[in-house]
Design a protein around this ligand. Structure first.
Ligand code: PLP
Length: 448
């Protein structure tokens, strides 16, 4: 990569003093990153890091993929921007491509600048389409940082709205490792079966007031929670029974992350609306999508879309999306994610014998997580949910040790997310796991 424009010390200083960073207390001096390629990035000291996180779980095809970079350059030469109402070849090409790979009932797509804008529009559209106001959303969820989507978000960050969007109703999660109802058997658990729990909520809320259920088919940020088979089918059937729309938030799970184009494909569930962002173009240019069913698309012929953005269908973003999807397809990225994901979970399960702190291994494709515990039997989490300060200390200590050894990881409470690029090599993946194996000793020292 080319040499940096500014001295790294200056970059770090301005970052700490004049740049405001997402979700953080300000003032920390960052590592200054000067380049990246494939599954690796490196800092101004030349130290290399294996990106086991794909940044914000968006670099699905890794860094600086030549085909995506080239498509952006070509499009910049041809046409950088044209308003959303104008016809534009890459915009139409991406809309057609998205319709081809999303579930067959979804025909038409609104492009956004990211996941939050996609969800915000989806919820507003669901309210207009149904004429109802309530939205059912789950606790272990993240849907974005706009007013509406942060209110839909169940994780504690939603407290930061100070005044939630009205009409959000909460549903519990099919989090079988720590079943919210204390059940051991999925078959008898109304929450993990999905429909029965939703039915009970609707009984109290009145289904005629509920516009949509929004959920991450596989939960991402909040702990890589894969629902048991039958869960999504059951939620979808319950929604259909009452004329409630199902919105699948595939912002993190979509575009090959789980080894299929979309997580819902694992269960052949057809949501009425599907939102995406991140992996659609590996994050090279801001882009999100809201795809709707033929019925909704038809309704939109007589009713205006209740939403819009200056950058809806931005040509640079669309060009990068087309290139990324074609590259994923041509290069077998989904197949690689499926194959290596299975190896990864197998290796991690083997590590459970050596590491008493390794409580659970779960995931699909390259969307994997491990739970760190103080005791495998009792499943007491290594750090309590929402812990701060000293109580939370072991997790950042593990991340820091991994970073020092050149492995970039992320965590949420006691859960470590393992989400490398879909096209990572087996060699690099095993290298990352070997570093994880070493740093888990830190967690082991906290077990009892
Ligand atoms: N939905 C999910 C499932 C996400 O993981 C995220 C981001 O992490 C969002 C929505 C918000 O997307 P964005 O940050 O692009 O607005």
């Amino acid at each position: 990569n080319s040499s940096p424009v500014h001295h790294p010390d200056w970059v770090a200083e301005v970052h700490a003093t004049q740049y405001l960073q997402s979700w953080s207390k300000q003032g920390g001096r960052p590592r200054v990153i000067t380049g990246a390629e494939g599954s690796w990035f490196w800092d101004s000291n030349g130290k290399r890091y294996l990106d086991f996180q794909s940044q914000l779980v968006n670099a699905n095809m890794g860094h600086q993929h030549p085909r995506i970079v080239e498509a952006i350059k070509e499009q910049a030469d041809r046409l950088c921007y044209i308003g959303p109402a104008m016809g534009c070849d890459v915009r139409s090409e991406l809309a057609a491509l998205v319709a081809e790979i999303t579930p067959t009932n979804l025909t038409s797509t609104f492009f956004t600048t990211g996941g939050a804008a996609a969800n915000e529009t989806a919820v507003r559209l669901a309210r207009h389409y149904t004429g109802r106001s309530k939205i059912v959303a789950r606790y272990r969820s993240y849907h974005g940082a706009t007013g509406g989507t942060l209110s839909l978000t169940g994780d504690p960050r939603h407290h930061l709205t100070r005044a939630d969007m009205p009409g959000v109703v909460r549903m519990l999660d099919p989090y079988c490792y720590r079943c919210p109802a204390g059940h051991e058997d999925v078959k008898t658990c109304p929450i993990c079966r999905g429909g029965p729990h939703l039915e009970e909520i609707l009984m109290y809320e009145d289904p005629n007031t509920v516009a949509a259920v929004i959920l991450e088919p596989v939960v991402g940020t909040n702990g890589i929670i894969v629902p048991p088979d039958g869960y999504l089918e059951s939620i979808k059937a319950t929604c259909e029974k009452y004329g409630i729309l199902l919105i699948a938030d595939e912002v993190m799970a979509g575009y090959g992350r789980t080894g299929k184009w979309f997580a819902v494909d694992h269960w052949d569930v057809q949501p009425d609306i599907l939102t995406s962002a991140k992996g659609i173009n590996s994050g090279y240019v801001p882009l999100g999508t809201m795809s709707v069913s033929a019925e909704i698309a038809n309704w939109l012929k007589d009713n205006a879309l209740p939403g819009g953005l200056t950058y809806a269908g931005h040509p640079l973003a669309c060009a990068s999306g087309v290139a990324a999807i074609r590259a994923m397809d041509d290069e077998g990225a989904l197949e690689n994610a499926t194959r290596l994901g299975e190896i990864m979970r197998e290796e991690l399960r083997a590590m459970m014998q050596r590491h008493p702190s390794l409580g659970d291994v779960r995931g699909l494709g390259m969307f994997n997580g491990i739970e760190l515990v103080r005791n495998q039997e009792t499943r007491e989490p290594l750090v309590p949910f929402g812990a701060k300060g000293d109580a939370a200390a072991p997790m950042p200590a593990i991340m820091k040790a991994a970073m020092e050894k050149g492995l970039y990881l992320s965590f949420y409470n006691n859960i470590v997310r393992l989400t490398p690029p879909l096209n990572i090599s087996e060699h690099d993946m095993r290298h990352g796991l070997s570093i994880l194996d070493e740093v888990l000793d830190i967690a082991d020292s906290e077990t009892r």
